[in-house]
Ligand binder design. Structure first.
Ligand SMILES: *Cc1c(COP(=O)(O)O)cnc(C)c1O
Length: 216
């Protein structure tokens, strides 16, 4: 599958007039497909792998807003921050501190989301709720990091009630952050398989890959 105009329009329509930002997840997909959705007006794209990300950026229009949605290793932070619009997967204090250090050196303020772990799987990354509370209590420790909200993933399961309750937990965490900083209101949750449920539960940013670009 290459790109698909109908699918793109259907996804937009399915937001039902709600303020939801679509991040088109283009990992492993060619430049031409990204350009295709760009030509339809899409500006937000998400990538997972640093090497692939830094190769794609210069080959595509400069006004793309690049989202780094993968697990970011600390030694790759400095490669990513000059190009990125938003880093979704900030999942440890050590990573926050590394972003702070490199952002200060580069004289940047880097937008991030705090990744929360709410799923049942053992392999997923993210803060648990008590760590999250500790982080958001004093964000001034990282002055060059601009925390804009929360990101999370549900468990891989057919059990929609479980997914729904995980999304509710993410929404509650987001509400806690918004109470402290009304501007930090991004809630990035929902992928191809569960984005409609995520929007029902309050998501305002969905990360959709395979529905747009085909299976990987
Ligand atoms: C790959 C990926 C997506 C997109 O997944 P699809 O199921 O293809 O829509 C969304 N979020 C993250 C963090 C991803 O790694």
């Amino acid at each position: 599958m290459a790109i698909n105009v109908d699918v793109y329009q259907q996804i937009k329509k399915s937001f039902g007039g709600k303020q939801v930002q679509l991040v088109a997840v283009s990992k492993t997909k060619p430049i031409e497909d990204i350009q295709g959705y760009y030509d339809m007006g899409q500006r937000d794209f998400g990538e997972n792998y640093v090497q692939e990300f830094v190769e794609k950026v210069p080959a595509l229009p400069a006004d793309i807003r690049w989202h780094f949605i993968g697990h970011l290793q600390r030694n790759k932070v400095k490669l990513v921050i000059p190009h990125v619009y938003l880093i979704h997967g900030v999942d440890s204090e050590r990573l926050l501190s590394e972003i702070q250090k490199e952002a200060a050196k580069a004289n940047l303020r880097v937008n991030v989301l705090l990744q929360l772990f709410v799923a049942q799987e053992e392999t997923k990354f993210g803060f648990d709720l008590s760590e999250f509370e500790g982080i958001i209590a004093d964000l001034s420790r990282w002055p060059n990091v601009n925390v804009l909200g929360v990101m999370g993933m549900s468990s891989v399961t057919e059990n929609t009630e479980q997914i729904r309750s995980e999304f509710k937990a993410l929404k509650q965490a987001s509400d806690r952050l918004v109470a402290l900083n009304p501007a930090a209101n991004i809630l990035s949750m929902g992928m191809s398989g569960d984005y409609l449920l995520a929007i029902e539960e309050g998501s305002n940013m969905v990360r959709i890959g395979s529905t747009l670009f085909g299976a990987r």
